[in-house]
Design a binder for this molecule. Structure first.
Ligand SMILES: [Zn+2]
Length: 308
């Protein structure tokens, strides 16, 4: 009798650890709350915390100052992912070096890209690739809430109503934030609404809030910036009398410094307008450790530097 139970237990354990059969039912949560969630960026983790509240224990792999385009998972990350109940990531190749991991883990446990479910026509295209930085259009980011909420509700159906209630409250919060951003930027005169940054993370921001955006590097930080890009931007700064450019906490300042030197050699006064959080949240205590906080921080820096 005992041996039969043991065999059954081994078979069940093997089934639980093994790969999900093709077309099989996706698993639902059977354990004790909180559900262990691993998210890639702090931005994705913050979204999950707002929807899951105390039902989830969310850890992020990429802390303040970490560039997701270049990030490679460490052995510690892999073991965190292996122990997690759920895995969340941004998608659209933001985490360019982790695609294979998500694919492999996705055969064993539920994995969700938060940008899944955003219609193609609302994504910005950059030479055939979708721009992954959609959190800078706050209303568009709010549209990632519903698919993530349904993903959580499906995994933990007993608490579906709690996820949906939290989601609706957070969606309203983000729609209010979207209006706030719009009103702040509207205080800048039209000719001052020009944002120059190190890498092209602000395309959605520009489209949503009517700001012209320029960057030295493309939507990924993988490719090196050329002298040609730097010279073209120096030209723009000088001719349009743009007062400030911005550094990003997750990207090297080197190229921005080259811009300032170039502008200065041509007699233009351009300064650093401050640090923006582009692909990573701020450290605890900065006020930018949440998504809403980082958006407010960025908008305040931009309005102060370009409006002054
Ligand atoms: Zn980026």
């Amino acid at each position: 009798m005992f041996s039969r139970i043991l065999i059954l237990a081994v078979v069940l354990l093997a089934a639980a650890c093994g790969e999900r059969p093709e077309g099989g039912e996706s698993p639902t949560f059977q354990g004790q709350h909180p559900i262990k969630v691993v998210a890639t960026t702090g931005i994705v983790a913050d979204l999950a915390r707002n929807i899951g509240g105390a039902l989830l224990e969310v850890s992020e792999l990429m802390g303040p100052g970490i560039d997701p385009h270049l990030y490679q998972a460490s052995p510690g990350d892999i073991s965190l992912i292996n122990r997690a109940d759920l895995v969340l990531y941004n998608g659209l190749h933001l985490e360019g070096k982790m695609g294979e991991i998500f694919e492999r883990v996705g055969r064993r446990k539920p994995v969700h890209a938060v940008t899944d479910g955003i219609p193609q026509e609302r994504l910005l295209d950059d030479e055939g690739a979708a721009d992954p930085h959609l959190w800078f259009d706050v209303a568009l980011w709010a549209d990632t809430i519903a698919p993530l909420t349904e993903f959580l509700a499906h995994f933990d159906p007993a608490n579906a109503d709690r996820y949906r209630d939290n989601a609706e409250r957070y969606r309203q919060e983000l729609l209010a934030l979207d209006r706030e951003v719009r009103e702040s930027l509207a205080t800048l005169p039209a000719d001052r609404r020009v944002l120059v940054t190190a890498h092209d993370a602000f395309g959605y921001f520009g489209r949503a809030y009517d700001v012209e955006v320029h960057a030295i590097q493309g939507i990924s930080t993988e490719s090196e910036a050329g002298l040609h890009e730097i010279n073209a931007l120096v030209d723009l700064l000088v001719k349009r009398r743009i007062p400030a450019v911005f550094i990003e906490t997750s990207v090297s300042e080197k190229n921005i410094r080259a811009l300032l030197e170039g502008a200065s050699r041509r007699g233009a006064k351009v300064r650093i307008g401050g640090e923006l959080y582009s692909d990573a949240l701020g450290p605890k205590g900065t006020g930018a450790e949440t998504y809403s906080g980082m958006v407010r921080h960025n908008v305040r820096q931009i309005v102060e530097a370009l409006g002054g």
